[in-house]
Design a protein around this ligand. Structure first.
Ligand code: HEC
Length: 187
């Protein structure tokens, strides 16, 4: 990559930290590893994947699969109700809800629980409960319960991320998750 000195100076003046470190310092062919770091088999009962990989490969795909089969979205054809209309899709809802329910337990394992005496465990249990509600909804093939479970699943992600994924100090996203949750309860 070639650098134009005046361009660098302009970037520095705007203080964009991501660009302040010239990319050329890194070897060109080393994109950030997207693939899961595959760990050796751990001792029995010990966590294996990092929390990040549990999110990427278990929690997130399961949640996406569930959400894709719940609720009504507006698309070019109008209101599109994504609630399953056949057994094959209800089976996917059930599987993905079960994965989320059990993922709540994975998050509580030693080595993953960020803060075993703090709210981490509560949010992990919240995910399990939401997953179980999703399973019940899929078993009942119930439209409204599927939507409600999808919201409950979302709330669990949002609560834990709000508390445990640090935001940059100068983030414009300022609200306090605990206050948000209190306010939501009062509604
Ligand atoms: C009990 C806490 C907790 C819950 C519940 C939780 N997450 Fe996370 N999630 C985390 C933490 C902590 C990270 C940051 C991990 C890291 O970067 O090391 C994370 C990161 C992520 C990431 C980014 C992964 C990456 O590639 O950097 C995604 C996507 C994600 N979570 C999706 C979800 C979804 C979807 C849900 C709900 C269905 C959810 N999470 C529920 C704690 C949680």
């Amino acid at each position: 990559m070639r650098h134009l000195p005046f361009a660098i100076a302009a970037v520095a003046a705007l203080s964009l930290p991501a660009l302040a470190q010239p990319q050329a310092a890194k070897p060109a062919a080393a994109p950030a590893a997207k693939a899961a770091a595959i760990p050796p088999i751990a001792a029995p009962g010990r966590s294996l994947l990092s929390t990040k990989d549990v999110m990427r490969h278990i929690v997130n795909p399961a949640a996406e699969a569930f959400w894709a089969r719940s609720g009504v979205v507006d698309d070019e054809k109008g209101a599109n109700d994504r609630t399953p209309a056949d057994d094959a899709n209800w089976a996917i809802s059930l599987d993905s809800a079960a994965q989320l329910a059990e993922a709540g337990n994975l998050l509580q394992m030693e080595g993953r629980a960020r803060d075993p005496d703090g709210p981490w465990m509560k949010y992990a249990v919240q995910l399990t409960k939401a997953g179980l509600a999703g399973m019940a909804a899929a078993q009942a093939k119930d439209h409204d319960k599927t939507f409600d479970a999808g919201s409950a699943i979302y709330d669990a992600c949002y609560a834990c991320h709000g508390k445990y994924i640090p935001r940059p100090k100068d983030s414009l996203y300022k609200h306090d998750i605990d206050k948000d949750l209190e306010a939501a309860k009062k509604k």
